[in-house]
Write a protein that binds this ligand. Structure first.
Ligand code: COA
Length: 149
């Protein structure tokens, strides 16, 4: 698996990946393109066999990283792509002097909740009716080595 920065030529493939999960919020090609133009925003693509298999977007808001979106293509699920992308995000965090990763996830998104728990994220809060005025958001955080308060 190769992980690299996203570029404009990836965006149609990344938007198609998002469209595979209509139950979760998506940025679409335009929203993803806007991210490429933000200096604090990083979009990483995982490639398998030369084709995008997943991506992660996060904002570097020193001393925090905000994980906004992570999506893996249906054909690549359960193959460690999300784990590898978050591993790379953590490398970025260390290089950027960020010691905390924050995210929010729909309380009904069992795969994502299991992923984050496995990778050491802890629940730090809950926002009722956050999504479509119905589902709650679960707020999760991972403190990286050196970031203990
Ligand atoms: C959540 C998501 C990113 C996981 O991607 P993935 O590449 O399949 O995850 P990994 O293979 O790295 O899985 C790592 C661990 O996460 C957990 N996990 C992942 N998918 C799971 C599932 N469907 N059910 C239960 N646990 C799951 C498991 O603990 C897994 O470890 P294991 O395979 O050794 O049991 C993927 O399901 C996805 O793209 N979902 C749609 C988009 C989305 O919901 N994104 C998150 C929004 S916050």
């Amino acid at each position: 698996m190769n992980i690299r920065r996203a570029f404009k030529g990836d965006l149609a493939a990344l938007a198609a990946m998002e469209a595979g999960y209509p139950e979760y919020p998506a940025w679409g090609e335009k929203g993803l393109e806007a991210e490429l133009g933000k200096p604090f925003s990083v979009t990483l693509v995982a490639e398998e066999g030369g084709a995008p298999a997943g991506f992660v977007n996060f904002w570097v808001l020193r001393p925090q990283i905000q994980l906004n979106s992570i999506v893996v293509a249906g054909r690549a699920l359960r193959g460690g792509v999300a784990t590898a992308l978050i591993g790379k995000l953590e490398e970025y965090a260390k290089k950027s002097a960020c010691r905390e990763v924050d995210l929010e996830v729909n309380e009904r998104n069992a795969p994502a909740l299991a992923l984050y728990a496995k990778l050491g994220f802890e629940v730090v809060g809950r926002r009722p009716k956050f999504y479509n005025n119905t589902d709650a958001a679960v707020l999760m955080r991972k403190t990286l080595p050196g970031g203990e308060r």
